[in-house]
Ligand binder design. Structure first.
Ligand SMILES: [Zn+2]
Length: 380
């Protein structure tokens, strides 16, 4: 595919406003692109308007998954170019999703089409998995994993924006909402009520006390993090509130994982509920993504460094990430030794206004992915 066609493909993808929804349009568009090259593609519906896509070339093992998500985050304001019109300025391509992560999707697709077109021999199977809802809970990755698309896989490459660096491990993420139930009363007669907000504050204090004793750090992923993020309760200044709620997010590591956090929360709730019948809490897990712990020394990562250096002339370093990705769902039943890496075109402009990708980096990743498809470094 020549450079004009490469830009056109990315521009078409950016034009689809897949803000945590409408991913079906991305899936349908890519299905059509593959069909034009006589490659069948399978739509896997998630919900009306939301669909994953599965495409394979080659046959047998090793099976290497190349994956990326179709959704983008809301563009917000403050753009100097229209966010859904890919715009080139100073060899940079601006647009929502240019960095996270439609340039990676385009690079993967082009690499597959080129390989197919040129009839380049490559071992095994390249399986492209396009997912929905990555930015909000890895819905598509969970669905595809449940439906068996990761079962026979030998290696996983996710094209999230790392730039010329490879991420081999990342933190988990846990979202929890806790509601305190009480009884509404006039504030002049509090004995007739049960102050849910006060009860919730008591619980927060117990939880804080416990969390402050935790000090856990992972050599690759960094520190365990815990934050209360949303607090609400009460409707009127002279009423005893009948309900109150708090939400929290924890960024977990192997040394202090999601189960350990939930244990602290549930123990604190049980402790108060046993202590006094006025305490009555409801705990709801909104999102539960485990940490992904890989090795920088795995053959896939080493091959990624080798290929990246060959294409760019730069040294490709490795790191542990603080964010979460679809890998949290894709790798649920895999061992720590499973060949996995996150390696995709990108920079720090993701999720911000004036998101962009350098044109050269986008093009380089077509070559990087093509080389990885021909040889992923795994001895099988
Ligand atoms: Zn992303």
């Amino acid at each position: 595919m020549n450079s004009k066609e490469r830009i056109k493909l990315l521009s078409d993808l950016v034009a689809i406003q897949s803000v945590n929804n409408h991913e079906a349009e991305v899936a349908e568009y890519l299905k059509m692109v593959f069909r034009r090259h006589q490659i069948p593609a399978q739509i896997i519906n998630y919900q009306p308007g939301r669909a994953n896509l599965v495409v394979e070339i080659g046959h047998g093992h090793p099976i290497t998954v190349f994956s990326g998500h179709a959704d983008v985050v809301d563009p917000g304001g403050d753009w100097s170019t229209p966010p859904f019109v890919l715009t080139e300025k100073n060899r940079k391509l601006y647009g929502r999703g240019a960095c996270d992560m439609k340039s990676a999707l385009a690079a993967m697709v082009i690499a597959m089409l080129d390989l197919h077109e040129q009839a380049d021999p490559f071992p095994g199977t390249v399986r492209f998995l396009l997912t929905v809802g990555e930015e909000v809970g890895e819905y598509g990755a969970e669905q595809l994993t449940n439906e068996g698309y990761m079962k026979d896989v030998d290696a996983l490459i996710i094209g999230e924006p790392t730039g010329y660096e490879i991420c081999y491990a990342h933190k988990g993420s846990l979202d929890v909402q806790i509601t305190a139930m009480g009884t509404i009363a006039h504030s002049s007669m509090p004995q007739l009520g049960n102050n849910a907000l006060q009860n919730l504050l008591d619980l927060i204090e117990v939880i804080n006390h416990q969390i402050q004793t935790v000090s856990a750090t992972d050599p690759a992923m960094g520190d365990f993090l815990f934050n209360f993020t949303v607090l609400n309760g009460g409707t009127q200044v002279n009423s005893i509130p009948g309900t109150a709620g708090v939400s929290l997010n924890a960024r977990t590591i192997d040394e202090f994982d999601n189960a350990a956090v939930l244990n602290i929360l549930r123990t604190a709730i049980a402790q108060l509920e046993q202590q006094d019948s006025k305490y009555n809490f409801d705990l709801n897990v909104l999102m539960d993504l485990p940490p992904v712990d890989g090795h920088a020394e795995n053959q896939l990562v080493q091959r990624g460094q080798e290929v990246g250096q060959a294409v760019t002339g730069q040294t490709i370093t490795t790191f542990g990430g603080t964010y979460t990705t679809d890998a949290a769902k894709f790798l649920v039943n895999k061992s720590q030794d499973f060949p996995f890496m996150i390696f995709g075109p990108g920079n720090q402009s993701l999720h911000s206004s004036n998101e962009y990708i350098e044109k050269s980096m986008y093009f380089n990743f077509v070559d990087i992915y093509k080389k990885l498809m021909i040889n992923n470094g795994i001895t099988h």
